[in-house]
Design a protein around this ligand. Sequence first.
Ligand SMILES: Cc1cc2nc3c(=O)[nH]c(=O)nc-3n(C[C@H](O)[C@H](O)[C@H](O)COP(=O)(O)OP(=O)(O)OC[C@H]3O[C@@H](n4cnc5c(N)ncnc54)[C@H](O)[C@@H]3O)c2cc1C
Ligand code: FES
Length: 351
Amino acid sequence: MFTVTLKSTGRRFDVAAGETVLEAAQRAGIALPYSCRAGVCGSCKATLLAGRCDYPRNPPLALDADERAHHAVLLCQAVPASDLLLEAREVASVEDIARRQLSVRVTEKRVLAPDVTGLHLQPVDGEARLQWLPGQYLDVLLDEGRRRPFSIANGPQPDGTIELHVRHVAGGGFTSRVADELAVGDVMRIEAPLGTFVAREDSERPMIFMAGGTGIAPVKAIVEHFLALGSRRTMDVYWGVRSAADLYLLPKIEQWRRQARQLRFHAVLSDVEQAAGAGWRAGLVHEAVLADYADLSGHDVYMSGPPAMIDIARHRFVAAGLPEERLYYDSFDYAPDVLAQIIAGRAGFHL
Ligand SMILES: Cc1cc2nc3c(=O)[nH]c(=O)nc-3n(C[C@H](O)[C@H](O)[C@H](O)COP(=O)(O)OP(=O)(O)OC[C@H]3O[C@@H](n4cnc5c(N)ncnc54)[C@H](O)[C@@H]3O)c2cc1C
Ligand code: FES
C-alpha cells in the first residue's frame, strides 16, 4: 500500500495494490477531476512532484511527449509504484454527494433531432430522489458490469426527473437500444452522480460555454444553474452541430436570452451550405470561439462533446492564454470497457 499526498491542501490517502490514484481518492471521499476514466481525455491530468507510477491498464494516451517530460500523469490510469506527492486540482463541491445505485423508470421518450433521443427518467416507487450537481453524469448499468455514461441535462427537480440527451452511435449497443426499443415504462439501473464537470461559482470572470452535439446536455444544466442563481456574469454559449436540424434546444435557448441579457448564443454549423441558408455561422465550433476571443486569458471556459473537439480545443484554448485550471470539460468518449478493448486491439501500439 502506498500513500498519496496532495501538495496544495496537504490531504493524504492510501492506495491499495493495483488501484489507480483516482479510484483511491474516490474511496477516500476526495474529488479529483475526471471524465473518460480511460486515459484518453486528459481531464484527470496532474503533476507528479515526487514518486513513481505505472500504467498497467491503458497507456496515458492523453499526454503528449512534452507533458510527460514535465512529469504530467493521468490519475485515472496511474497506479503508484511508491509514495507520491502530487499537484492536482480538487473539486471540493462534488465531495458532499455520495454516489449510489438506483432504479429509474422512463417517463418520457422524444425524438429531439435525427439521431438524438430525449429521455426523462424518474426513480421507481420506493427509491429516494437522486441528488446531483448540474453538469454531472450518470452511468447506465448494463449486464456483465458494463456501464454507459450520459450527462444529466437538468439540475435536480422537485419530482426527481432526470433528463438525458442520447445520441445514437452507429454500431453502439446501448444507444441503438434507446433509439429502437426502449419505451416509456421501462426500468433501468443507474449509478450517479458522477463527474466533476460542474459550475465554479468562486469567480466573477466572463464564461464561455462550448458544446458539440449532445454536449449541450451538461452545458444546459450548468447555464440554467447560473441563470437560477441570477448570475450577472457574461455567458457566451457556442453550440457546434452538423446541420440546422440538430439545433434541438433553440426554443429553450431563446428563453435563456430573454431571461439574461448578458447571454449570447452562437450556433456553428459544419454544413457550410446549410449555415449560409439559415443565417448561422459555418465551420468548427472551437474556431468560432477563437475568432471571437483570440485572447482567452480573462475567461472561464466550460466545454463538452465529442473527443476530437475536446482534444483540439483544449490545446488551442490554452495556447490562446486560457489557464488550464480554468478549462472545465467532459469528453464524450465511449465507455471505459469499450475504450480498453479498442486500445488493446490497436495493432503495434507502444508506449
Ligand atoms: C462523461 C461522459 C458523458 C457523456 N454524456 C453523453 C450524453 O449526454 N449524450 C450522449 O449522446 N453521449 C454521451 N456520452 C457518450 C456515450 O457514453 C457513448 O456514446 C455511449 O457509451 C455509447 O454506448 P453504446 O453502447 O451505444 O456504444 P458501444 O457499444 O459502447 O460502442 C461504441 C462504438 O465503439 C464500437 N466498438 C465497440 N466495441 C468495439 C471494439 N471492441 N473494437 C472496436 N470498436 C468497438 C462500436 O461499433 C461503436 O461504434 C458521454 C460520455 C462520457 C464519458
Ligand atoms: S484521461 Fe483520465 S479521466 Fe480521461
